[in-house]
Design a protein around this ligand. Structure first.
Ligand SMILES: Cc1cc2nc3c(=O)[nH]c(=O)nc-3n(C[C@H](O)[C@H](O)[C@H](O)COP(=O)(O)O)c2cc1C
Length: 281
């Protein structure tokens, strides 16, 4: 690889070859001004087994499952920038990406390798207004990993490839995302987005209180000059917003495993009371 050349890793969570996720990732990469090479991983063509919730990764830093997860994690750690693309399936992420995300509990032990690595999130959906919580889930994921989310966007197209076919508006959006990959300009948010993370998923808590569904910080909503405005502050007990908070949460999880080891005999006796009920099919 040429000196100064950066590596972009595209994680494609769609099974469709030359589908919308794939061509959008390629269009974005074409428009990254810095010299780079694009590598891609289609999650569907990898062996990714579901998390078994054994928490071995919290102790040993590694997963006991032998599959392609580690290869993908290594590629993510080695890349200079990530583009993560998922189609919307029934208002949420495609299942394979969720399986992959659950396995990322083990990424706590490689937090430094991903910290502040620039990332772009892409969602594709068939119908405008019908993408549900897909973008929110994807943005949550990048936050958990400690990536620097440079931009995130939803593209619409029902047929494979038609999101950019004769669609200058969405092509321009892909081009814009390309320019954002390594940009040092901070993301610009509209006033109705969370001022801390840019999310548009805001939960109303009653009165003027709100919680951002992406970064999970609390604040208030108000009307200023006829426009909605959000005032949201970082909560000290947030588990994943800053590197320090993620480290603290990792330690808490590790300690929970110890609590389990100390109490599991007692809990096990309680569990046995449910053992013989119902019929497994
Ligand atoms: C199982 C399945 C569920 C889907 N659910 C939704 C949905 O809830 N909302 C939506 O807008 N589009 C939905 N779609 C459409 C896809 O999100 C859309 O076609 C997208 O562009 C596919 O991207 P791809 O070509 O990269 O696979 C669904 C498609 C499939 C196959």
């Amino acid at each position: 690889m040429l000196e100064g050349m950066r590596t972009i890793l595209g994680l494609i969570a769609s099974p469709r070859r030359l589908g919308n996720c794939e061509i959008i990732v390629k269009e974005i990469a074409r428009n990254i001004p810095e010299p780079h090479e694009l590598k891609m991983i289609r999650l569907h063509s990898k062996n990714i087994r579901p998390c078994r919730a054994c928490y071995a990764c919290l102790e040993k830093g590694d997963c006991t499952l032998d599959d392609d997860f580690r290869f993908i994690a290594d590629q993510m750690a080695a890349a200079d920038g990530l583009i993560i693309a998922s189609p919307c399936y029934i208002f949420g992420l495609s299942g394979i990406l969720k399986v992959f995300i659950d396995r990322c509990m083990q990424m706590f032990s490689r937090a430094e390798a991903l910290l502040d690595k620039p990332a772009l999130n892409v969602v594709t959906a068939g119908l405008r207004g019908e993408s549900g919580y897909t973008e929110l889930a994807l943005n949550n994921f990048t936050m958990v990993l400690g990536l620097k989310l440079q931009e995130s966007a939803v593209f619409y197209g029902a047929l494979p490839g038609d999101a950019l076919w004769k669609n200058e508006e969405q092509k321009n959006l892909a081009r814009y995302l390309g320019t954002r990959m390594f940009s040092l300009e901070p993301r610009k948010y509209e006033k109705w987005r969370c001022p801390l993370c840019g999310s548009d998923a805001i939960q109303l808590l009653g009165g003027n209180r709100v919680q951002c569904m992406a970064c999970r910080n609390y604040g208030t909503i108000s009307l200023k000059d006829g426009d909605v405005s959000l005032d949201i502050a970082l909560k000290p007990e947030n588990i994943l917003f800053t590197a320090e908070q993620r480290k603290h949460h990792h330690q808490w999880l590790q300690n929970e495993k110890n609590v389990f080891l100390q109490t599991h005999r007692e809990i096990s006796g309680f569990q046995q009371g449910y053992k013989d009920e119902g019929t497994w099919l």
